[in-house]
Design a protein around this ligand. Structure first.
Ligand code: UT7
Length: 323
């Protein structure tokens, strides 16, 4: 017997405003064709002026709780993965906690940029397996539109806003890779690569700042590091690529997604792809893809899923779970 962190609910929220690539042709030296072919992105959602990250996160959390058939007080802990919290403090997670009407347990944010959801899932799993929480709401939520430099065509066309959430619950498994739940995680970071992807502002520098990225340099690291972390996590679970039903990757660029699947020896019909509709929503992209993948009828109970992500830090990692 072994305790497992099993997904018992999933949900997402996307802001109403949808912005197609053609919008950017009006203000920037860019084309729909360039954005589509270089990134796979066709449109993205942007939050309304009066909508914040905790608003998006709360709506995704409510959807996940409804899917699980649970109330806020059934939850012991909330983790929000975000780099775009409403305020410097308190955490977005405590704001979600209050909005859900949850008066017990604890809540905190995790900041690992685009790898944030993988880091949050791994932390939630550790809390569950160490007996500190039985049910954890894990949310990825971002408003990256607030940190775009709208004059920088190499970044502002790539990102979007959104939120996704999972409810994890402690369940007993047999201790084999046939168990439902999180089977293995692998986390990595290497701060020497800070300059490849960062925001040039923050509390201690007294500004909000804008996202800066050397996209082609990040790209060079992505396929290799994502494949390695996915294979490491699979190996820890005693599994290989052949057993994978779905890769649910961070949705930054269709060419990175395709390159990683190819290197893992998996066809694209085993990959959940949402980048065309959401753009890069950083820590929100994986839970959004899990929720949409379930809605589409792709992801089913018992499926073996590998999630993998890389982003600013650099930070990267993977989680292997059976749905
Ligand atoms: O989620 C966090 C992790 N982030 C990522 O994974 C992003 C990784 N990187 C990427 O997705 C890709 O590198 C990009 C989509 C950002 C760029 O694609 P690329 O094939 O690496 O292009 P590039 O940066 O090498 O740029 C090629 C050309 C450049 O022009 P020159 O120097 O060849 O004349 C750019 O100035 O494309 C130009 N360019 C654009 N042209 C039209 C850059 N942005 C645009 C644009 N429209 N929006």
């Amino acid at each position: 017997m072994a305790g497992r962190s099993v997904v018992v609910g999933v949900g997402h929220y996307l802001p109403e405003r949808v912005v197609p690539n053609s919008e950017f042709e009006k203000t920037l030296d860019t084309t729909d064709e360039w954005i589509r072919t270089r990134s796979g992105i066709e449109r993205r959602h942007f939050a309304a002026d009066d909508e914040s990250t905790s608003d998006l996160a709360t709506k995704a959390a409510e959807a996940a709780l409804a899917d699980a058939g649970l109330a806020a007080d059934d939850i012991d802990a909330i983790i929000v993965a975000t780099s775009t919290a409403d305020l410097t403090f308190p955490s977005a997670a405590t704001m979600v906690q209050a909005r859900l009407g949850m008066t017990k347990g604890f809540a905190f944010d995790v900041q690992a940029v685009c790898a944030g959801f993988v880091f949050a899932l791994s932390n939630a799993n550790a809390l569950i397996l160490s007996g500190q929480a039985k049910r954890v709401l894990v949310i990825g939520a971002e408003t990256f539109s607030r940190i775009m430099d709208w004059t920088d065509r190499s970044t502002c066309v790539l990102f979007g806003d959104g939120a996704g959430a999972l409810v994890l619950e402690l369940q007993e498994g047999a201790g084999t890779s046939d168990d439902r739940g999180i089977l293995a995680t692998d986390l990595n970071s290497d701060g020497r690569y800070k300059d490849l992807l960062y925001v040039d502002g923050g509390v201690s520098t007294q500004s909000t700042g804008h996202l800066r990225m050397q996209g082609n340099q990040v790209f060079r690291h992505a396929v290799e590091k994502l494949t390695k972390t996915a294979e490491t996590a699979l190996g820890t679970a005693g599994l290989g690529s052949a057993e994978v039903d779905w890769i649910v990757p961070h949705q930054a660029n269709i060419r990175i997604i395709q390159g990683t699947a190819k290197k893992m020896g998996l066809p694209m019909d085993k990959v959940v792809v949402t980048v065309q509709d959401h753009g890069n929503t950083s820590a929100a992209s994986i839970p959004l893809a899990l929720s949409v993948g379930k809605q589409r009828g792709q992801i089913k109970s018992g499926d073996l899923i590998v999630t993998e992500a890389i982003g600013g830090g650099l930070a990267w990692g993977a989680v292997v779970l059976r749905w």
